[in-house]
Design a protein around this ligand. Structure first.
Ligand SMILES: Cc1cc2nc3c(=O)[nH]c(=O)nc-3n(C[C@H](O)[C@H](O)[C@H](O)COP(=O)(O)OP(=O)(O)OC[C@H]3O[C@@H](n4cnc5c(N)ncnc54)[C@H](O)[C@@H]3O)c2cc1C
Length: 389
């Protein structure tokens, strides 16, 4: 059965009227680049100066895009989504930490999340960022093939151990791990580490997924190479496909440092490679599992149509669809309703620590033309259906 992405009754059935109103207010506000810019600057200022703004952040943008401040709160949100067949990726969304002590402290948080996920039917994944366990500058130096000092080599070993400890636990408890992709100038060590984890844990089933950012013009061939490498070394590839979140930053850095931008020349090229990557993965399901992370309805529909045409079961365990919590519920809930595997990225953590994530969401949603326009029109449609508008 083909899902209908404009069925708002299914899309928003987990949201009560008040939540729908809040979502409309938020998406309308974020639609204005001016308001978003001011809001982001004021929020950062208020947090830096320890002004009492946590309550207002929490009841607005935080509740829209995050599962809660603690794992227990996130678990409650996961239970609500689970009622409608939508799973969750627990994402301990703390970012921007730089000390060894903080990196060490994060490991038991992730292990706690894995154990909790294993006790639930609707939490098949956790996600992690390598920058949650390593200094950015260290990753940058490894990426640039700089000579590491003895202390830095030890530091890198500790990073590897932290990630290995988490993956070991995940494998033991049968929970899959998505390793996020970040800026291209730290991606090499992230790939090295993730490949090593896939080689170790993806022997019989896919436990670890690396992320492929299709907004880079080299990624499609990198994906093909990654599969060839996995085959050669005898493991299954976990391929999480995204378009990429750091386009402006990537382009600005390339310009400033005078090197060719790694980003595709235009959106159409990114779309073409994204859809080609989805197709490539679906054609190679005997050797990999694919995680289609996108809010693009067309990319999701093309995947669904391919699966239908090739008699792949909607619930085939090697194919997952995913959207971020608070966005594109019309895709997630309608896909789940039609039997496809869906999991929402559900970040959680203290409000001040998830701010960089929230800022990215606000920025991403500033165009009324694009995603925000779509979210708003769907919310309005549902509010009319519920006779709220
Ligand atoms: C479940 C999930 C997990 C994610 N994990 C990651 C991650 O680990 N790392 C990461 O970087 N991002 C991640 N993202 C964010 C993702 O990369 C995109 O930024 C976001 O989802 C928007 O892309 P889209 O496919 O949803 O939608 P669309 O609206 O179809 O595409 C927007 C995207 O297209 C690209 N684009 C836009 N304009 C241009 C242009 N002029 N030229 C070239 N390309 C352009 C950009 O990547 C932009 O974000 C994740 C997203 C989801 C849903």
């Amino acid at each position: 059965m083909l899902p209908e992405f404009d069925n708002t009754e299914i899309a928003f059935r987990y949201r009560n009227d008040a939540e729908l109103r809040r979502a409309r207010f938020l998406f309308s506000s974020m639609g204005s680049p001016f308001l978003t810019k001011i809001g982001m600057a004021l929020t950062q200022f208020a947090i830096d100066w320890r002004l009492p703004v946590k309550g207002i952040i929490k009841s607005t943008i935080f509740n829209q895009f995050c599962g809660g401040e603690t794992m227990q709160e996130a678990a409650d949100t996961a239970n609500v989504l689970g009622k409608y067949g939508v799973g969750v990726i627990l994402d301990y969304g703390v970012e921007g930490k730089e000390s060894e002590e903080e990196f060490d402290k994060a490991v038991p948080e992730f292990i706690k999340a894995i154990k909790y996920a294993a006790s639930q039917k609707t939490i098949p994944f956790i996600s992690l960022k390598v920058t949650g366990f390593a200094r950015f500058a260290l990753l940058e130096k490894i990426h640039a093939e700089g000579e590491l000092s003895t202390a830095e080599r030890e530091e890198w070993k500790r990073v590897q151990k932290r990630v290995d400890d988490i993956c070991t636990e995940a494998s033991l408890y049968n929970i899959m791990v998505l390793v996020d992709a970040e800026e291209t100038w730290i991606q090499e060590p992230v790939n090295i580490l993730t490949d090593a984890m896939m080689e170790k844990f993806n022997r019989k089933r896919v436990v670890i997924f690396n992320t492929f950012q299709m907004y880079c013009h080299g990624t499609l061939s990198y994906l093909r190479d990654a599969l060839a490498k996995a085959e050669k070394k005898g493991y299954l590839l976990g391929a999480k496909l995204v378009r990429g979140a750091y386009m402006e930053k990537e382009r600005a850095r390339a310009l400033e440092m005078d090197y060719p931008s790694p980003i595709q020349p235009d959106k159409a090229s990114t779309d073409r490679d994204y859809n080609a990557a989805v197709l490539f993965c679906l054609e190679n399901l005997s050797k990999l599992a694919v995680f289609i992370g996108t809010h693009n309805e067309r990319s999701c529909m093309e995947a669904v149509k391919y699966m239908n045409a090739h008699h792949l079961q909607a619930g085939d365990k090697r194919v997952w669809f995913s959207q971020l919590f608070g966005m594109s519920d019309n895709i997630s809930f309608n896909l789940a309703n039609a039997g496809y595997n869906v999991a929402k990225y559900l970040p959680y953590g203290p409000v001040k620590d998830v701010l960089p994530y929230l800022m990215r969401r606000a920025q991403e949603n500033t165009s009324v033309k694009g995603q925000t326009g779509r979210e708003l029109s769907l919310i309005n449609k549902e509010m009319t259906r519920r006779r709220l508008a």
